[in-house]
Write a protein that binds this ligand. Structure first.
Ligand code: ZN
Length: 303
């Protein structure tokens, strides 16, 4: 079996631009020099790594400065940070000392570790070949969907205790996650001009948590724990939606083409906002679980 990128039709001489320069890592390309399948953002004009069949070159490229360096490092560091948190929760006391209460939090942290890790891999190797890029982008969507799904599952688990409504929401979110994963694998979903459809689908899926939040407001807004639960989730969703708006609008580079090739592009801001949203969600889950345990919610009872 050839490795991804080797003997690939997309690496034909017609599609490899400047292949004779591709081993010179420090030599970066312009947007026009890249093949059409890498024409993702026409407002990022410079700083592209050359196409290279050798995937080792991209590992080295992590340590040079190009227009993907910050995208790689931001999610790589986030991935390692969430990996560390997995260990901390495993040893923690309080609401997470019993395995059944720890499991939803561990699943959320594991999906954050994998989701950010896959994103870093995608940004590292996406110019390897068209086939590699398509595979990695699909994997990236699976990682995001898995992270959002597990974020909701943990939030619903710690917020609703063992009620019937909890089972209904948990099943709906898991079915929604499965549907979202299937949709993200459809070829047209990954097209460069389907950006708005992609963003809309993720916002719709991400906002699905508003249904249980509305239920909580209706039921018992005045209760201290319920008010906190809704406030925490609202903040996560607002940061998440802001991240999607910036991703879709391609602000600020759409107003100043070429000025944000290396720093502060929409994709870079999107990465940082997603990290903020997931970190906030983690802290919110810890607070909600502590409050639920203090109240003596039935999910914390021994079986
Ligand atoms: Zn990204």
């Amino acid at each position: 079996m050839p490795l991804i990128g080797e003997n690939d039709a997309t690496n034909s001489p017609e599609t490899i631009h400047n292949s004779n320069q591709s081993d010179k890592l420090g030599e970066l390309m312009s947007f026009e020099q890249m093949p059409p399948w890498l024409h993702d953002n026409p407002f990022i004009l410079t700083g592209y790594r050359a196409i290279n069949k050798n995937y080792h070159v991209y590992i080295k490229s992590i340590f040079i400065f190009h227009n993907e360096t910050l995208n790689i490092w931001s999610h790589m560091i986030a991935s390692l940070y969430f990996f560390r948190l997995i260990g901390e929760i495993g040893e923690s006391r309080g609401p997470f000392c019993r395995i059944k209460n720890r499991a939803p939090m561990l699943a959320f942290l594991l999906s954050a570790f994998l989701g950010f890790g896959i994103s870093a891999v995608y940004h590292t190797w996406s110019p390897l070949s068209e086939r590699a890029r398509t595979l990695l982008v699909k994997l990236d969507y699976v990682g995001i969907t898995n992270l959002v799904t597990n974020g909701f599952v943990a939030w619903i688990y710690y917020s609703f205790s063992n009620s019937e409504i909890q089972s209904i929401y948990l099943s709906s979110i898991m079915i929604g996650g499965l549907i979202m994963t299937i949709i993200s694998q459809v070829e047209t979903f990954n097209d460069q001009d389907s950006r708005h459809i992609r963003a809309g689908t993720f916002v719709f899926f991400g906002s699905a948590a508003l249904a249980p939040a509305c239920y909580l407001i209706y039921k018992s807004w005045t209760e201290e724990k319920m008010a906190m639960i809704v406030q925490e989730l609202t903040l996560t969703i607002m940061v998440f939606i802001l991240a999607i708006i910036i991703y879709t609008s391609r602000f600020p580079e759409s107003f100043f083409p070429g000025k944000f090739d290396y720093f502060g592009s929409s994709h870079s801001l999107f990465h940082w906002l997603v990290i903020v949203a997931i970190l906030h969600h983690y802290k919110a889950l810890v607070n909600i679980a502590k409050k639920s345990k203090q109240r003596g919610d039935s999910i914390f009872w021994p079986n």
